[in-house]
Design a protein around this ligand. Structure first.
Ligand SMILES: [Fe+2]
Length: 280
């Protein structure tokens, strides 16, 4: 896998954006603070190569995760962690795990597979006695000199009709650089978020693009963000909207999002289509 490196001023810390290890989209970020504390955001899908890759990365960093944040209850975000807990219990230490999933009954209302995967995950977390808390609007979590802030209300899901809408939006503050993680935020939850959050906090140079870069939030939302560096957790087929017939042949809206952000002044894309990215 290609490893791209980019200096974005993380003050001695780093952030690895891992590309999917299977042909499907997934989202996985492994951050280190300037003090070398380890934070994972999501972690990738349930597939064995994603599970094993993530497990190795964490072991290479000492085997302890100081904070693990899950954006929402979709397998391409929490699946790798779920499989690590089920298949390799006790192999890593997780000091602080935080997520807010809707009630299981609500998730089963979305689909049986979604419900089963979430249920297995919750059971594995419980079985290993992990220190686990919910994510709430305005949470502010310090890990070393990096602060993580929750900009929306992940409990605000009862009126939603899909799991992407339940995403927790995370703003990471390194001492001299902010990174905005939009997870799979979508147009259903966007108005709820804009109603309650401080919009000035959305202006951010480095942004993980919502829902793998397509069919996430609106152009108006990105007008508030004005991203300079766009992080796309999108494999090549998705980044180029290519269903086999060439660039633009697929049904996905990625090319539109890319155009919006260029028009709004973004200077570069970092898509997982190009491999892993190590930001420092
Ligand atoms: Fe996703």
């Amino acid at each position: 896998m290609q490893l791209n490196t980019l200096n974005i001023g993380l003050d001695g810390g780093s952030m690895l954006q891992s590309a999917n290890r299977c042909p499907y989209q997934s989202m996985s970020y492994l951050l280190t603070t300037p003090e070398q504390k380890v934070v994972v955001i999501d972690g990738g899908d349930t597939h064995d190569p994603e599970r094993d890759y993530l497990l190795d990365l964490i072991k290479q960093r000492g085997g302890t995760v100081d904070l693990w944040l899950i954006t929402h209850a979709h397998r391409d975000h929490f699946g790798a962690l779920s499989k690590i807990l089920q298949d390799y219990p006790g192999e890593i230490e997780i000091k602080d795990l935080r997520f807010t999933f809707p009630d299981l009954e609500w998730i089963y209302g979305i689909g049986r597979q979604e419900g089963d995967l979430a249920k297995d995950f919750l059971q594995a977390v419980k079985a290993q006695n992990i220190n686990c808390k919910e994510l709430n609007f305005k949470d502010s979590i310090d890990v070393g000199s990096v602060n993580f802030e929750i900009l929306n209300d992940p409990h605000d899901y009862k009126d939603y009709h899909n799991l992407n809408a339940t995403t927790a939006v995370i703003l990471a503050h390194y001492p001299s650089r902010d990174i905005l993680f939009l997870g799979d935020l979508d147009k259903e939850s966007e108005p709820h978020m804009l109603k309650i959050c401080d919009k000035s906090k959305l202006r951010c140079d480095v942004v993980q693009m919502a829902h793998h870069g397509q069919n996430g939030v609106s152009r108006e939302f990105y007008e508030l963000v004005k991203p300079k560096l766009c992080l796309y957790t999108a494999p090549d087929w998705l980044y180029d909207c290519d269903n086999g017939g060439g660039k633009g042949s697929g049904p996905w809206a990625t090319l539109e999002t890319r155009r919006w952000c260029r028009e709004l002044g973004s200077v570069a894309d970092c898509p997982t289509a190009y491999g892993d990215y190590l930001f420092y």
